[in-house]
Design a protein around this ligand. Sequence first.
Ligand SMILES: NC(=O)c1ccc[n+]([C@@H]2O[C@H](COP(=O)([O-])OP(=O)(O)OC[C@H]3O[C@@H](n4cnc5c(N)ncnc54)[C@H](OP(=O)(O)O)[C@@H]3O)[C@@H](O)[C@H]2O)c1
Length: 289
Amino acid sequence: MKLSLDTLSNSLKIALITGANIGIGRITAIELARQGYKLFLACRSPERTQPVIDEIKEITGKIDSVTFLHLELSDLVSVKKCADAFLSYNLPLHLLINNAGLAGAKGITSQGFELAFGVNHIGHFLLTKLLIERLKASEPARVVTVASRAHRLATNGISWQTLQLPTQSFTGTQEYAQSKLANILFSSQLSKNLINTGVTTYSLHPGVVDTEVWRKVPQFLRPILRLRKMLTPEQGAQTTLFCALNAPSHETGLYYDLSQIKVPTSHALDETQAIKLWEHSMQWTAPFQ
Ligand SMILES: NC(=O)c1ccc[n+]([C@@H]2O[C@H](COP(=O)([O-])OP(=O)(O)OC[C@H]3O[C@@H](n4cnc5c(N)ncnc54)[C@H](OP(=O)(O)O)[C@@H]3O)[C@@H](O)[C@H]2O)c1
């Protein structure tokens, strides 16, 4: 069923992007604003998001072209409030970009999930679930999830026994890899659940990008990481933008790198694991749905 749009022209496209105050998400938001999208920026801090809000208003010349939504992905109460806040605008949603993420941080979320898994996967799983009917009602619509080539480091797949414990590894790398594997499995399973709805899904690796994501990575690892030439955030946003704007709809559920389909690891293609992750994520987030 299509939403009735009293105040908006049917041609207005609306996107919600998580973690848009900085890095890849910030550039993605700015480029989508240039393409005419009305934006909802779901971020942790209004103060840290204000500069990109100002920038977008300057580009579009419209004060209502961008709206801040508070989102703390490590707390499912906040995720629910964020989704409710968006839904209360009674607007369509054509594009959900699950971009926010952390690497190398250690801890546990408010509901007891390992920090990287909780923020990068569980928070986005619930947000997507809460917005899915709106996406369907707005079809054609897309869900783009920023994963990572680092999923390759999850060589044993998902370690189910670690998901509800504080981060165990010294660098947090193993947990980050696992959370990014979860992003790919989630996007793939979501596409299967959305067959014939007009909503398509894409996951991607943005490249190795010079952003704040490395801020929690231990000091001794940083020179090693810097040996590789990193992309600028502008370059790093290109695959997200390709998936959001140009990837063919029949390529739903696939994983992209350098704006091209890339075959991820066998763990990321494991349909049994994708279903298991989906079912567990449904159970874990059920109190907030
Ligand atoms: N940079 C790379 O080389 C690289 C490579 C592969 C994949 N990625 C992925 O690309 C995505 C964007 O990362 P980036 O490189 O642009 O890093 P970034 O500059 O650090 O941006 C990350 C964004 O996520 C937000 N975020 C972190 N924890 C959050 C939480 N608990 N709740 C809500 N928002 C939270 C941050 O908000 P605050 O500013 O409030 O912390 C920030 O807006 C991530 O998913 C990352 O895993 C990056």
